[in-house]
Design a protein. Structure first.
Length: 75
């Protein structure tokens, strides 16, 4: 923990503003990506019809039971 405190004390003003800009840029980009749906005029893809091809019961290494569905997408 002392290492972090010492590192914080030796940080320059220029480095502080650089880190601050990086953090703000990251937060703004996450918010932008989460709310950019208004930039799309039309959907990228549309599934019209599917057929169930196969169903398999599976169990993972933690003994969680689940079903795996294989579907055939048709246009």
């Amino acid at each position: 923990m002392n290492f972090i405190v010492e590192k914080y004390k030796t940080i320059t003003r220029k480095q502080f503003f650089l880190y601050l800009i990086l953090v703000i840029s990251f937060i703004v980009s996450v918010i932008f990506v989460h709310h950019n749906y208004s930039f799309y005029d039309r959907p990228i893809a549309e599934v019209i019809k599917t057929e169930l091809k196969d169903t398999t019961d599976v169990m993972d290494i933690y003994d969680n039971k689940d079903q795996l569905f294989s579907r055939l997408s048709l246009k």
